[in-house]
Design a protein around this ligand. Sequence first.
Ligand code: ATP
Length: 220
Amino acid sequence: MSNSKPDNAALHALFGGTFDPIHYGHLRPVEALAQEVGLQHIILLPNHVPPHRPQPEASPAQRLKMVELAIEGNPLFSVDERELRRTSPSYTIETLEQLREELGKDIPLAFIFGQDTLLTLHTWNHWESILSYCHLLVCARPGYPRQLATPELQQWLEEHLTTQPEKLGQQPNGLIYLAHTPLLDISATEIRERQSTGRSCDDLLPPGVQKYIHQQGLYR
Ligand code: ATP
């Protein structure tokens, strides 16, 4: 890590997720990441989950509403509804391809995810080409190893790794940065389980989102 705070104002950063529901394990690490890397803005990208994968319990409209409630009044965040608006699911790589076309080839673009997602990245469609569209910013997550599944994957990671966040704004794509973000042991799965058994989720997600979950009778 460099000592001076990097200025990556030009870096376009997206954070994809199912957000079923959005919680502090999503929000706190990416807020810390913004500080660490010097991001001015983060675009949340709720996913359209393909039919062959386990379906979210909340509808796309409910997931979107929860994201909107979670970021209300916080200028760091906005939401991109493009995947939810589609009638058919799309792969992340297709969304990145589309964004790259919109931004042009020179604007630095970053995709954010947690360590668990880094560990399964090689199962994504066309994962090998992801770094030709963007950088990857990885938030730490408790309970997941730092090492990738095979020596080949680990080598791929190390070839693209940077420990200097300022580099992210100096080239459009191709780098991986493992952030030193706080470890929050929170998952949407745990929140859904707690809701279904009537246990409190007070410390796990924003009050506005909790209220909405109750109003809508979600995760019962
Ligand atoms: P589920 O429990 O339903 O699998 P989740 O809590 O992992 O959900 P997702 O919406 O699937 O949430 O995650 C979106 C992104 O946020 C993923 O890249 C994931 O790695 C990251 N993420 C989720 N929770 C955390 C956490 N506690 N710390 C760091 N990253 C997280």
